[in-house]
Design a binder for this molecule. Structure first.
Ligand SMILES: [Zn+2]
Length: 85
């Protein structure tokens, strides 16, 4: 195990999709290698932050406001029609 291999396996390591042998090798390497420990921590943080940065749904607040206005307009338009009838 070396730093290059170790860092390319971070994703699989975190997803626990590696075989036990490789996980053991990575653990061994990271115990001895501070650089890879730090890199893994940074990698984890980056994933966490990028997940948090994702909006909870695909609709932006501006879009929600616009939709509300359209719905209100339609609602009042209907009311107008009712009043006319
Ligand atoms: Zn290393």
């Amino acid at each position: 195990m070396n730093c290059k291999i170790c860092s390319t396996l971070f994703q699989e390591f975190l997803e626990k999709s590696l075989c036990e042998e490789l996980i053991a090798e990575m653990d061994d390497h990271m115990q001895a290698c501070r650089k890879c420990r730090t890199s893994l921590r940074t990698y984890k943080l980056t994933i966490m932050l990028s997940q948090q940065a994702d909006p909870p749904c695909c609709v932006r607040p501006e879009t929600v406001d616009r939709l509300k206005k359209i719905l209100l307009q339609r609602f009042f338009a209907k009311e107008d029609v009712k009043i006319k009838v």
